[in-house]
Design a protein around this ligand. Structure first.
Ligand SMILES: [Zn+2]
Length: 65
């Protein structure tokens, strides 16, 4: 396994807090890549629904004794 940013060899994930990258520096590079891509597309990548989405239909009073 190699770092996607600098191609340095990576240790096993459980020994590498920055997995799948090798270091905090590469994480920052990776993050800035994503941010740049997002900026170009001009849209948030979130398509996972709003807060509480999927739970709105549950009536909690049903469990109230
Ligand atoms: Zn790296």
């Amino acid at each position: 396994m190699k770092c996607a940013i600098c191609s340095s060899p990576l240790g096993p994930p459980e020994e590498n807090a920055h997995h799948p990258l090798c270091s905090a520096r590469c994480k920052m590079v990776d993050l800035s890549k994503w941010l740049n891509a997002e900026y170009v597309i001009q849209g948030p990548p979130s398509s996972m629904g709003g807060p509480g989405d999927g739970f709105a239909g549950i009536d909690l009073s049903e469990f109230d004794e």
